[in-house]
Design a protein around this ligand. Structure first.
Ligand code: GDP
Length: 530
């Protein structure tokens, strides 16, 4: 076996997914704290912090003076090398958020215990489920009044369609939060208020059979716990590592990221249950991360917003072997040997040039405009390509009006380039040409990015008229459907994408179902593979 086997098998690369405010940033910070990557006592964010249109990382960076900008944080913990992928939320939510999930081997889903599954959790979960990666649930904010625990699990199962397996179980919530019960050890880990994480907790582990537990729980809480344990043991799914690996069962943990409770327990269990870098499928078959030589694919391209620096950074997920900066690689789609320029890696504490990296790691490389999302680079002599990254359904649409028709040429060039980078998607009338362009984006901020970049980089002014569509579907079986004859609802619009694929736009979800009903045999998809 190659000498890099050990390095690869200790890697864990995952994304944290959640609805804004569920506690993703707080949980990430606590992970970093355990990894010894940062030292902080207490909560990072002040109430007055404004977080408009800046990613959480940049915000932390500003406040803590550490450079965590960008896509990934790497740190070591207990013999593991951990890569956490950032999935931007808030105003930064964009198609990149979905693409980042393509680079993860598993996902941690953070849920607010008083809210349950929320809109953005649902969207991100769907993408993880499509890839069948393991999904772990951390139910957060138990120090606040929470929903009934069984209801929370029910919500996940019904809303997301994944069975759950609680690894531990909360005792009370809010002012009555006493800790969590570990189902495997039958011990209660007691909660002690850390004053929002500013003081070290002095939690104890007490077996459920020890009388001492009565000092922590009142009679009512103890009775309830014993009842719930019995119910659980009889009714809930048993832990099954194979099902977890296939993304068919989600282990569930409870805690409170802010007060630092249940985080380390979660991290320890999670690291054992999640997987080291997973094999990925290329056109020649499955590529083993450990046995094969270097290969990687591009999952995100970040254009520089500063027009004095037109450079871009291509983010690559290493899928197999070892990356050695001194060696040439082969860019499959460009059919060219090259040296990756200025390869960088983001550690929790700094961004630095890397000499070597391993399967599971993410590197950002300087891109002079040659890479496209989904491209493969591998060891020279090899020539395989990884499965492309799907195009995800935009949720906001606008018609683009060009202010000066003399600038048509620059305009077409600009929108095409920006679309190729993956910031926006462009559509045309199904029977029309480029005279009318509709842009679709996953996150609304991308509209501003489009306008800004067209003005600054292409000297083209545009006006965007927002359109009421919210749902878009690719026609999955376009060969067997006569698009012109499709009968939809009155709000439906037929369009095509850059590659000529037919799509349908709808104002409401109800119309999607109606159109399916009216056209027998029609198959619609929420993402496109080509
Ligand atoms: P994100 O948007 O998912 O990254 O969420 P943040 O980590 O920024 O948290 C959102 C808010 O919830 C912040 O004010 C946090 O201090 C707070 N928060 C996070 N975790 C907890 C928790 O366990 N308990 C309580 N009470 N508040 C929390």
């Amino acid at each position: 076996m190659a000498d890099y086997t050990k390095e690869i098998t200790k890697r864990r690369t995952f994304a944290i997914i959640s609805h804004p405010d569920a506690g993703k940033t707080t949980l990430t910070e606590k992970f970093l704290l355990y990894g010894g990557a940062i030292n902080l006592a207490g909560s990072v964010k002040g109430k007055a912090t404004s977080r408009h249109a800046v990613s959480d990382w940049m915000e932390i960076e500003k406040e803590r003076g550490i450079s965590v900008t960008s896509s990934v944080l790497q740190f070591n913990y207990d013999g593991y090398c951990i890569n956490i992928l950032d999935t931007p939320g808030h105003q930064d939510f964009s198609e990149d958020t979905y693409r980042t999930l393509m680079a993860a081997d598993s996902a941690v889903m953070v849920i607010d215990a008083s809210k349950g599954v929320e809109a953005q959790t649902r969207k991100l979960f769907k993408v993880c489920a499509m890839r069948h990666i393991p999904i772990f649930t951390f139910i957060n904010k138990l120090d606040r009044d929470a929903n009934d625990t069984f209801d929370l699990l029910d919500d996940i199962e019904k809303e997301l369609g994944i069975p759950t397996c609680p690894i531990n179980w909360p005792i009370g919530s809010g002012k009555k939060f006493r800790g969590v019960y570990d189902r495997d050890t039958r011990k209660v880990l007691t909660f002690s208020d850390t004053m929002k994480g500013t003081k070290e907790g002095i939690g104890e582990e007490i077996s459920v059979d020890e009388p001492r537990l009565d000092e922590v729980l009142d009679a009512e809480q103890k009775e309830q716990l014993l009842e719930e344990i019995e119910l659980l043991d009889g009714a809930s799914a048993e832990f099954d590592q194979d099902l977890v690996n296939e993304g068919k069962l989600s282990p569930v943990f409870f805690g409170s990221a802010l007060t630092n409770f249940g985080v380390e327990t979660f991290l320890e269990h999670f690291l054992k249950m999640t997987s080291s870098p997973l094999p990925r499928t290329a056109d020649i078959g499955v590529i083993d991360p450990v046995k094969e030589e270097f290969s990687a694919f591009v999952f995100k391209i970040q254009a520089n917003m500063n027009k004095n620096h037109r450079d871009r950074i291509a983010f690559m997920r290493i899928c197999s072997g070892k990356f050695d900066a001194s060696r040439e690689v082969f860019h499959v789609q460009g059919n060219k040997k090259m040296r990756l320029s200025q390869p960088q890696q983001m550690m929790a504490s700094d961004r630095h040039v890397v000499e070597e990296a391993y399967a599971g790691d993410i590197i950002g490389v300087f891109d002079p405009g040659i890479f496209a999302i989904g491209d493969t680079v591998c060891t020279p002599g090899k020539k395989y390509a990884y499965e492309g990254i799907p195009t995800f359904a935009p949720e906001h649409f606008a018609r683009v009006r060009l202010m000066d028709s003399m600038k048509r040429k620059q305009f077409v060039k600009g929108v095409n380039q920006i679309a190729q980078e993956g910031a926006i998607q462009i559509f045309q009338e199904f029977m029309g040409g480029m005279e009318e362009i509709i842009v679709g984006v996953v996150g609304v901020l991308q509209f501003d990015v489009l306008k800004y970049r067209l003005e600054n980089e292409y000297n083209v002014e545009i006006r965007l008229e927002s359109l009421p569509y919210e749902h878009i579907r690719w026609i999955a079986n376009k060969e067997s459907v006569d698009i012109e004859k499709l009968t939809g609802t009155s709000d439906m619009k037929k369009v095509k994408d850059m590659r000529g694929n037919p799509l349908l736009l709808f104002v409401n979800a109800w119309s999607v179902g109606m159109t399916l009903d009216r056209n027998e045999g029609l198959e619609l998809a929420e993402f496109s593979r080509n």
